[in-house]
Design a protein around this ligand. Structure first.
Ligand SMILES: [Zn+2]
Length: 352
C-alpha cells in the first residue's frame, strides 16, 4: 500500500507531501477524525514515505524499509496503543516513549512514534506526554491519533499541528467491503450506508448480524408499551447477546452500537415529524411506520429523548456498569415517550 491506495484523505496527503518536499515536517501532529476512517493506516503510510529509501513523496512499497514497515519490523518506528482490555494509555507507556526518544534513530534521520487513542489518557500520562512535547529531540515525529479533539488538553493541542481526517464516502466503504472483506454487492451497499463513513463500524456491523439485530430493534421499539420497561431491556440484552460478552471493551463497543441505533431511530422520527424530506432516513424500510409513529410524539419530546440518548453515549466511555446505563436510558426514554415523570435514580433502583 501507499498514499495511492488511501481514499478520501487527499487534503492530508497533500499537506504531508508538501512538508516532505520542503523538509518542513513538524515534531508533533494530532490526527483527528471519527473511528475507522483510516487514520492509523495513513500514519503507517506516512512513516513509510518518510523512511522510504527512494526519498520521494510516496512510498515505493518495494524497498527494504517499506517492506519492513509493512511487516512491523523497522527500528525507528514505534506504535503505542492501550494495552489489551484497557481503555487508556498508561503512564508507563509514556515513560517508555521518553526512553525510546532518548536514543537517536538507528537507520534514518527521524524517529516516529504513533500513539493510538491518544485522547484516552489520564492526568498523569498527559503530563508525561506534555513534557515530551515541550522539548522533543530534533529527530522526533510524534503522531497522536484521536477521535475526540475536545478530549485532548489544550496545552497538548497547542504543541501539535492538527490534521483533520474526513469520513469515507459510502462508495469507498462499499468498495472496501466488497474487495477486502468479500461481501456481496447488496450487503456491502446497505452496510456502507449505515456505517456513516467508517470502515470499522461497517465491519463490526457485517460480522455480527447487526443488520438483522437493527431490524429487530426497530420492529420492537415501534411496538413498545409503557410497562415494557424492564422486559424490554432484558429482551434487548438477549437479542444483542450483550450478556454473553465477557470482555468489557467488547461489551462497550456493542452497547455503543446499540445506543447509536436508538439515536438514529429517534432522529428518523424527528425528521418525519418536521417534514425534513430532503434529509435521508436511516431506517428507510420503516418509513410509513415511522411517519405514523412520529404523529403521536411532539417535537419537544423527541428532542428530549435524543438528549437522553446523547447523554448516555457521552457517559459510556466513563462508566463501568454499562448494563445499568442502558437500562436507565431506556427507562427515561419510555417515560418521556409515554408522557410520565422521569423517575429519580433512587426510584429507579427501588423499582428493580
Ligand atoms: Zn520504499
Amino acid at each position: 500500500m501507499s498514499f495511492k491506495t488511501i481514499s478520501c484523505q487527499d487534503r492530508a496527503i497533500k499537506l504531508f507531501q508538501n512538508a516532505i518536499l520542503n523538509d518542513r515536517l513538524a515534531h508533533a501532529y494530532i490526527f483527528a477524525g471519527q473511528e475507522g476512517i483510516g487514520k492509523t493506516l495513513f500514519s503507517r503510510e506516512l512513516a513509510k514515505t518518510i523512511f522510504c529509501q527512494h526519498r520521494g513523496t510516496d512510498a515505493c512499497d518495494t524497498c527494504n524499509s517499506c517492506k519492513r514497515i509493512t511487516s512491523d519490523n523497522f527500528s525507528d518506528l514505534f506504535f503505542i496503543l492501550p494495552e489489551k482490555n484497557s481503555r487508556v494509555i498508561k503512564i508507563e507507556q509514556l515513560k517508555y516513549l521518553q526512553d525510546v526518544l532518548n536514543v537517536k534513530p538507528l537507520e534514518s534521520k527521524y524517529k516516529i512514534v504513533i500513539i493510538q487513542s491518544a485522547d484516552k489518557m489520564n492526568e498523569e500520562a498527559s503530563n508525561c506526554l506534555l513534557k515530551t512535547l515541550e522539548e522533543p529531540p530534533s529527530y522526533a515525529i510524534i503522531i497522536l491519533i484521536v477521535t475526540s479533539l475536545e478530549s485532548v488538553r489544550e496545552t497538548i493541542r497547542s504543541r501539535c499541528q492538527i490534521v483533520r481526517f474526513s469520513p469515507l464516502s459510502s462508495t469507498v466503504v462499499k468498495d472496501i467491503l466488497i474487495n477486502r472483506f468479500q461481501l456481496d454487492n447488496k450487503k456491502a451497499e446497505r452496510l456502507a450506508v449505515v456505517s456513516n463513513g467508517s470502515i470499522e463500524r461497517a465491519t463490526l456491523l457485517s460480522g455480527t448480524h447487526a443488520l438483522e439485530k437493527k431490524n429487530w430493534l426497530v420492529d420492537r421499539i415501534l411496538k413498545l408499551e409503557m410497562n415494557d420497561n424492564l422486559t424490554f431491556s432484558k429482551e434487548l440484552f438477549e437479542e444483542w447477546h450483550i450478556q454473553d460478552l465477557e470482555v468489557l471493551e467488547e461489551k462497550r463497543t456493542y452497547v455503543k452500537e446499540l445506543i447509536l441505533s436508538f439515536l438514529l431511530y429517534y432522529r428518523d422520527l424527528l425528521i418525519c415529524k418536521t417534514g425534513g424530506s430532503k434529509l435521508p432516513i436511516h431506517y428507510i424500510d420503516w418509513k410509513d411506520a415511522l411517519i405514523s409513529k412520529s404523529n403521536s410524539l411532539s417535537e419537544d419530546v423527541l428532542f428530549r429523548i435524543i438528549n437522553v440518548i446523547k447523554t448516555s453515549l457521552g457517559h459510556l466511555d466513563h462508566n463501568a456498569n454499562i448494563t445499568l446505563l442502558l437500562e436507565n436510558m431506556i427507562t427515561k426514554i419510555l417515560h418521556l415517550q409515554f408522557n410520565c415523570r422521569i423517575p429519580s435514580l433512587q426510584e429507579h433502583f427501588s423499582l428493580r
